[in-house]
Structures are given as structure tokens and as C-alpha cells.
Design a protein around this ligand. Structure first.
Ligand code: ADP
Length: 488
């Protein structure tokens, strides 16, 4: 059975109160009773003194006689007289314990008499004895004679008033005790109700955290241990929320990395497939010519054709191997870049001059207008990049075509454009031309000794030099490539 914490605390408080009130009432009542007895003793001792004085006075003023005889003759009268003095019931006994006079009308009942006799025997030995019989206290004290004890006086004292005082006191303790107890229980219950409500809110907060519903503020605001606990739970919730968010972020990054790796693996597979294909084509052609020569080794026309074709395919193979090696070296190692400060206009003019010979052979003119600007770049990479781009601009140009190289400094970056009047790049190929082995027109590319690796190599080199390359949208014919590098 589940007992709520507030009920437990309230019951505990009630038990504590009962214990405290019980002990307190017992001690007070005992004290009062003891005090009453002492006062009665003092009061009765006083009367005994008076009685002794009166008895002595009567004995000495009358005719001289034996104390025993005096007691028997005068006992009755003295008892009545002394009762008048003291206002108490008085009974006198002689030295043998025989009752010689009493002022009491009703004699004690038989079973009370035996208790009286025991006390009397004690008092006959010159000692004080008392005995409570019902609501009456019998006080027995020795009566002193001329030489020795000549009897015993018994004073009868009513305990009614002190007993009723004690009972009133007891009732007072009981009623106030019960009232205090009830009141304390109610107040305690209400107080613990507040604490229990706070504990309930803490419990709910813990359950919310378990369900990953993190709390946004301490569930309880108090300046005690419960308040501190609430703050502790709030901070714990925040920590858990943050670390779970960090874990989720890590997981997201990991997932992203896995996707990238998968894409890379796919790319790698495609790359290897393409390489094998690209290498097979010239090799098949070479092998075919070798087979034909083996069969018709005396055919001079075939020999000439074979020499030319084998030379062309070998050159293509050589170029391909060269570029593949360059691309894979770039992908594998972070080249130790020998960056140096390059004057862009000077570098571009140099490349244009180098390529103008080839351009002229195809009737193409190269023009170059470059603003003076400086960039940090590996000079060899710079040459590779622009030779490849100009080579493409020549390869995919039209007879009597033009190539225009322009550079300017804008927004702290050097922007270089290479515009040609060539065949252009169709919309659907724009995204793919930077992929290794991608060619728009395989035959045209092959005719001009292309491998589909040039732009892939260019982009790698540009990015290694902190630059970017994009193919711009063109309205007319031809293509425009824009490169951008941070200016120094
Ligand atoms: P390739 O060795 O075949 O020239 P690239 O990687 O340099 O390989 O270029 C990829 C493809 O992009 C080329 O096959 C060609 O179809 C196209 N291309 C590149 N530059 C130009 C250009 N200036 N004009 C038209 N097409 C181009």
C-alpha cells in the first residue's frame, strides 16, 4: 500500500506531539500531586503540634495521674475538644493502641480498619504514619507524655478538594492536549502538503526529462534544499539537452561524412571505369595495326598508315598517363605548394604569348587586357591552369575565332575571364565538364587529342590555390570561364 509522504510526515508529527504532551502532563501532574502532599503534611504536622500542646496542658493542669489513666479518663472529651480546635476529625489512642476517644460519628468499615491498625502500630513506635483511605487521609502521630509516648493522635483530613483539583488539571491537560494535537496535525498536514506538492513537481520534471522533454526553468522556487534540488534538476536537464544536441550534431556530421565517402567511392569507381575505357581505345587501335602488320608486312600503304596512327595513339596515351598521374597526385597529396607573389598581368601575358603560336596555326587570335594586381600562387600551377584553359579555347574554337583574356581587381579579389568565340558548351553539360573524363563530344575531343581530364585538373589546381572557377552563362556563342583568387 502506498502511503503519501505528507500523511507519513503528519502522522510522525502527531506521534511526536502525543509523546511530548504525554511526558509533559505526567511530569506536571506528578509535581502538583507531590506538592499537595507536602503542603498537607506541613499542615497536619502543625495541627499535631497544637494537639500535643493542648494534651500536655490538660495533663499538667489537672490532677496528677498515670498517663494511661489520663488517656482513658479524658480521651473522649479531649478528642471532641481537639476536633473543635483543628476543624478535623480527631481520634485518640492510648499507648497500648486502644481507642480512648473520637470525634468521628461513622467508624471506619472493617477492611479500612486493618489499614488503620497497620499505621497505628507504626505510630506507636514514636513515628508519624499516614494512610489514604478513599478520599480521606488518616494522619497518625505520637502523643508525648511526661516521660515517654503516652498515645497516638489520628487526624482525619479530607482529600476531596485536592483530588478534584488534580482531576480538573488532568482534564485540562487532556482537552488542551487533544486540541493542540488536532490543530498541529492540521497545520502540519497543510504545511507538508506544500512540501509534497513541490516534491510532486520535482518528480514530474524527472519524468519529463526521461521522456526527453527538457525543462526550461527550475520546477520549484524555494530557498531551501528542495529549491536547490530543483535548480540541480534544471541544470542537469540543460546539460543533458546540450550533450544530446551535440551528439545529434555529431551523428549528423558522421552521416554527412558517410554520404560523402559513399559518393567519393562511387566517383572513384566511375573514374577507374573511365580510365580503363579511355586506355583501352588507343591500345585496341595500336593492337589492331600490329595484327594487320603481322599479316601484311609488305604493304607500304598500311605501314605508313599504321606508323601515323600508332604515333598518334601513343602520343594520346602518353598525354593521358601524364594527366592521370597529375590528377591522382593532386588528389592524394597536399602538394607542398611553393606559393610566390605573382604579378597577374605579367603571368597572363606570358601564357598568352606561349599559346599564341598554336592559336595562329588555327587562325585564332588571342588578346589580353589585364589590370596590374598581385596574388600568392604556385607559378607552375598558374601556368598549368591557364595553358589548359587556353588550349581548350583553341581546341573548341571555330576558324578565324578569337580568345580574350581579361583580369580586374574587384572586392579584394582578382577576377580573370577567358572568353572564346568557339562552339560553346550546351546547358546540360555545364555541371559535368569539371568531372574527370567527361567530354561533350567524344569524337571532337579525341580528334583534338582531348582526354576529358583537363578541366578536372584545372579545378583541382585552382582550389588548391584558394581560388574558384566557374563557367559563366553566355548569351552569344562561345564560352566564358571566370577564375577568382584572393588579391594581396
Ligand atoms: P578535354 O581534354 O576533352 O578537352 P577537358 O576536361 O579540358 O577535356 O574539357 C571537358 C570538356 O568540356 C571537353 O571535352 C569539351 O567538350 C568541353 N569544353 C572545355 N572547354 C571548352 C571550351 N572552351 N569551349 C567548348 N567546350 C569546351
Amino acid at each position: 500500500m502506498r502511503i503519501s509522504i505528507k500523511l507519513k510526515f503528519s502522522l510522525f508529527l502527531a506521534v511526536l506531539l502525543i509523546l511530548a504532551l504525554g511526558v509533559l502532563s505526567y511530569i506536571v501532574l506528578q509535581g502538583v500531586e507531590k506538592n499537595q502532599l507536602t503542603q498537607t503534611e506541613v499542615y497536619l504536622a502543625q495541627h499535631v503540634k497544637t494537639v500535643n500542646l493542648r494534651v500536655k496542658q490538660t495533663y499538667y493542669t489537672g490532677t496528677r495521674m498515670e498517663p494511661q489513666i489520663f488517656m482513658r479518663q479524658r480521651g473522649r472529651g479531649l478528642a471532641t475538644e481537639l476536633a473543635g480546635f483543628t476543624g478535623l476529625g480527631v481520634t485518640l489512642y492510648d499507648a497500648q493502641g486502644l481507642q480512648v476517644g473520637t470525634s468521628i460519628q461513622d467508624p471506619p468499615v472493617v477492611d479500612q480498619q486493618s489499614e488503620v491498625n497497620a499505621a497505628l502500630a507504626y505510630a506507636l513506635h514514636n513515628k508519624i504514619a499516614y494512610e489514604a483511605v478513599g478520599d480521606t487521609l488518616l494522619y497518625l502521630a505520637p502523643l508525648q507524655g511526661p516521660e515517654e509516648q503516652m498515645g497516638v493522635v489520628q487526624l482525619q483530613y479530607s482529600l476531596k478538594s485536592s483530588q478534584s483539583f488534580l482531576r480538573t488539571l488532568q482534564n485540562l491537560f487532556l482537552t488542551t492536549g487533544i486540541a493542540v494535537l488536532l490543530l498541529s496535525f492540521i497545520i502540519g498536514y497543510l504545511y507538508f502538503n506544500r512540501a509534497a506538492a513541490a516534491i510532486g513537481r520535482l518528480k514530474k520534471a524527472a519524468e519529463d526529462i526521461r521522456r526527453a522533454e527538457y525543462i526550461q526553468a527550475p520546477p520549484v522556487r524555494r530557498k531551501d534544499e528542495l529549491g536547490e534540488l530543483a535548480e540541480g534538476i534544471y541544470f542537469m536537464s540543460k546539460e543533458i539537452e546540450q550533450s544530446i544536441a551535440a551528439k545529434d550534431e555529431e551523428q549528423r556530421k558522421l552521416q554527412l561524412a558517410i554520404h560523402k565517402l559513399q559518393a567519393l567511392e562511387q566517383q572513384q569507381k566511375q573514374y577507374i571505369g573511365n580510365i580503363s575505357h579511355e586506355f583501352k581505345t588507343p591500345l585496341t587501335s595500336i593492337k589492331a595495326y600490329v595484327d594487320l602488320l603481322n599479316m601484311y608486312d609488305d604493304d607500304p600503304k598500311l605501314l605508313l598508315e599504321a606508323k601515323a596512327s600508332i604515333a598518334k595513339e601513343t602520343q594520346r596515351l602518353y598525354e593521358m598517363v601524364e594527366k592521370v598521374l597529375q590528377v591522382s597526385a593532386l588528389e592524394k597529396y597536399d602538394f607542398e605548394s611553393r606559393a610566390e607573389l605573382l604579378e597577374v598581368a605579367e603571368g597572363l601575358r606570358d601564357v598568352c604569348a606561349r599559346m599564341s603560336g598554336k592559336a595562329e596555326r588555327f587562325g585564332i587570335t588571342i588578346s589580353c587586357d589585364a589590370e596590374p594586381a598581385h596574388i600568392w600562387i604556385d607559378k607552375e600551377s598558374f601556368m598549368h591552369i591557364f595553358i589548359n584553359l587556353l588550349d581548350n579555347a583553341i581546341k573548341y574554337n571555330v576558324p578565324q575565332g578569337t580568345i580574350h583574356v581579361h583580369s580586374e581587381l574587384r572586392d579584394n579579389r582578382v577576377r580573370i575571364t577567358i572568353r572564346d568565340s568557339g562552339i560553346g558548351i550546351p546547358e546540360e553539360a555545364r555541371e559535368r565538364i569539371f568531372e574527370p573524363f567527361y567530354t561533350v563530344n567524344r569524337d571532337r575531343s579525341r580528334q583534338s587529342g582531348g582526354t576529358g581530364l583537363g578541366l578536372s585538373l584545372v579545378r583541382n589546381l585552382v582550389e588548391k590555390q584558394n581560388g574558384s572557377i566557374t563557367l559563366l552563362e553566355t548569351e552569344g556563342e562561345g564560352s566564358v570561364f571566370e577564375l577568382s583568387f584572393p588579391a594581396t
